[in-house]
Design a protein around this ligand. Structure first.
Ligand code: GLA
Length: 394
């Protein structure tokens, strides 16, 4: 991590600002074991933070009002005045940050200038939540530097709202929550209705979670993400009109859903059916993990893929190909597309000593069929956002 991330970020900071940073922060991406698209529908999700990070090198500048941020990997820079009104801008990455700042710009919060360089090992557009890491990382920095007394939950919610207001994506809370609340070797079971959560040991008993990056890039602003949310909102409206006493979406039964199928229309029906089944799968997966029944976790992952592909319709040919072919390999318990969809990574549960062979076979097949070199990430389940306090002088 030093060689690849922290040292280059430090060097860039020194080269640009001719000073030492005062702090280094690490904000992680996430995987999601199961529970896709249910975070905005009162569901449960099972994500975890991973050892791929955005690294921020930061220094306060009390003598100015200017905040200068350098996105090292993009070779771009953005400066804003902390005392002026903040509006969305053309650079997308800057919007994630500005969306956070605009929520915290209140009379009781006194800000002044800052110099920041950030760099990342979280691939962008691959479904590993680089945007949540950026939003929450920046909120965390402001909280530490200006003593804003924000709770971890507030940081996650501020990150999510930045995405809604400045980035235009109506995402749920899962990515931000995982980036902030991650714990080494633990998966998080999050109830997205109450934001209550518990941790489970991520003991996969001789199996690995491997990510296969299709290298089909997506951005949820232009993918069908917001459209899926609309389909679901329509479905919920019809359900609650008929059954007004039901408190949470996950309390609807499939019998109730079937009874309003016609009024709802086929598209929203399929979306809601997938969601209700997926929420149940997450509960079953959490139980299976805690009982060490990893085989069943694999079965559930594969069922999720089928639902995401045919009912929620957020997969694509490349990901269907990766998943279907991976499932035919020896030592594979389950596979599915991960994250918002429309590209990105598959997550695969593979026997440790079979992983190399599976990777070799699938890479070859994928290259032959799509002329794309798939990337493989073996990630470790890691802590959420934190200040990096080890010695970092190179
Ligand atoms: C994206 C969103 C999340 C969640 C997932 C799908 O990552 O940011 O809120 O909806 O898609 O599970």
């Amino acid at each position: 991590m030093h060689e690849q991330l922290i040292n280059p970020t430090l060097e860039k900071f020194r080269a640009e600002f001719k000073e030492e940073p005062e702090h280094i922060f690490l904000s992680p991406g996430r995987i999601n074991i199961i529970g896709e698209h249910v975070d905005y529908s009162d569901g449960f999700v099972l994500p975890a933070a991973i050892d791929k990070y955005i690294c921020f090198a930061v220094r306060k500048l009390p003598q100015t009002n200017l905040c200068t941020i350098i996105a090292k990997d993009l070779a771009q820079e953005y400066t804003f005045d902390v005392t002026t009104e903040i509006k969305p801008v053309r650079q997308m990455w800057a919007n994630y940050i500005l969306g956070v700042f605009s929520q915290l710009q209140k009379p009781e919060n006194q800000f002044y200038g800052m110099e920041i360089v950030f760099s990342s090992t979280i691939p962008m557009g691959s479904g590993l939540s680089s945007s949540a890491a950026l939003e929450c990382g920046f909120a965390y920095i402001l909280n530490e530097l200006f003593d804003l007394q924000l709770s971890k939950k507030e940081i996650a919610v501020i990150g999510q709202k930045s995405e809604h207001t400045f980035a235009g994506v109506q995402c749920g809370i899962m990515d931000q929550f995982a980036s902030v609340f991650g714990k080494e070797n633990k998966v998080i079971m999050l109830d997205c209705h109450t934001l209550e959560h518990q941790y489970f040991d991520a003991d996969l008993k001789g199996y690995n979670l491997l990510l296969f990056d299709s290298c089909v890039k997506h951005t949820h602003l232009t993918s069908g993400y917001n459209e899926r949310r609309k389909d679901v909102e329509h479905g919920k409206k019809v359900l609650w009109e008929k059954f007004p006493d039901v408190e949470k979406f996950r309390d609807f039964t499939t019998t109730m859903l079937n009874s309003v199928k016609e009024e709802m229309g086929n598209v929203s029906y399929k979306r809601c059916l997938y969601l209700l089944n997926e929420i149940k799968r997450v509960e079953m997966a959490a139980k299976a993990i805690s009982e060490g029944n990893i085989e069943y976790v694999g079965t559930l992952l594969t069922e999720t893929h089928a639902g995401l592909s045919t009912e929620f319709e957020v997969s694509c040919n490349e990901l269907d190909f990766l998943v279907n072919n991976t499932l035919q390999q020896e030592g594979v318990l389950g596979a599915r597309i991960m994250g918002g969809g429309f590209g990105g990574c598959s997550i695969n549960l593979i026997q440790e000593d079979k992983a190399e062979e599976v990777i070799k076979n699938i890479s070859k097949k994928y290259l032959e069929s799509f002329n794309i070199q798939m990337k493989v990430y073996q990630v470790k389940i890691s802590d959420g956002i934190k200040e990096y306090t080890n010695e970092y002088i190179i």
